[in-house]
Design a protein around this ligand. Sequence first.
Ligand code: UDP
Ligand code: MG
Length: 307
Amino acid sequence: MSHLTVVIPSYNEEENIESTAKAIGEVLQGANIEYDLLFVSDGSKDMTFPKVVELSKQDARIGGIQFSRNFGKEAAIFAGLSKSRGDCVAVIDCDLQHPPETLIQMYHLWEEGYEVIEGIKSSRGKESLIHKMFVSVFYGIMSKLMKIDMNSTSDFKLLDRKAVNALLSLNESNTFFRALSFWVGFRSTSVEYDVKERTKGKSKWSFSGLVKYAISNTTSFTTAPLKIIALVGFLMVIFSVVLGIETLVNYFLHIAVEGFTTVILLLLMIGGCIMVSLGIIGHYLGRIYEEVKGRPRYIIRDETDNL
Ligand code: UDP
Ligand code: MG
């Protein structure tokens, strides 16, 4: 019989571990799906990992690993994928915002032969207005740059072993799971789900965290910003040709005006563009530096005995 591994990235989720394990377990048992749960504690400082250890002693289907520090959700997902043993692997949040019942639907699609099953948010659930506005602006830009609809995709997915192995064979350290699962191809489909409200604990995202996430994922997945720099440069060249001709004509007609304001404005504009461009290039350079060092994506401190 085929087997499903459910990877659950969890960072300081002590209040959720038990209820999540129970909820997912009940749903999967009810559907007669053979499963195991793999909690990846992303350097949690609370009782998250001890809770997992306790559960694993009662139920051999529950296991977990603990990172040496917080490495981020991406690292947690990839650690889970590499430790997973199932014929298919699902990734789900620990706060039950992704409804476990959807796993059944995903599993049946997998049985039908689909290899990548994406969870698509049909609503975003309750979020503050500022958060929603911010997310829609940033995701709008990112979606354009990456050519993937970021607003409704999520990390809630079910993957066939083949797709998991393909993802694990990518040797970049700055991964972006949500987009890479599209990138690897395979027979894919999607399932809609309603985002639930977080019942316990707090969202682990801060405003600055989201900005960093947006920038780092865009630059790790696409070089479009570099192309935009070239485009801006090109537009400025055209602009400078037009302005240059005008200036020369004025000069030879002896009607060259003082134009001091223009000079200052041009200097500021060009200076600004160059600095921003250098910043973007520098950012990519930094990314290359990070990749070249080839550090591991995460470090495991502890794991339950049944792994
Ligand atoms: N998470 C993680 N590492 C982090 C931040 C979050 O493993 O550094 C996990 C977290 O425990 C949860 C999931 O990622 O299971 C989604 O996090 P959260 O609910 O805070 O994000 P939101 O749902 O608000 O986007
Ligand atoms: Mg959440």
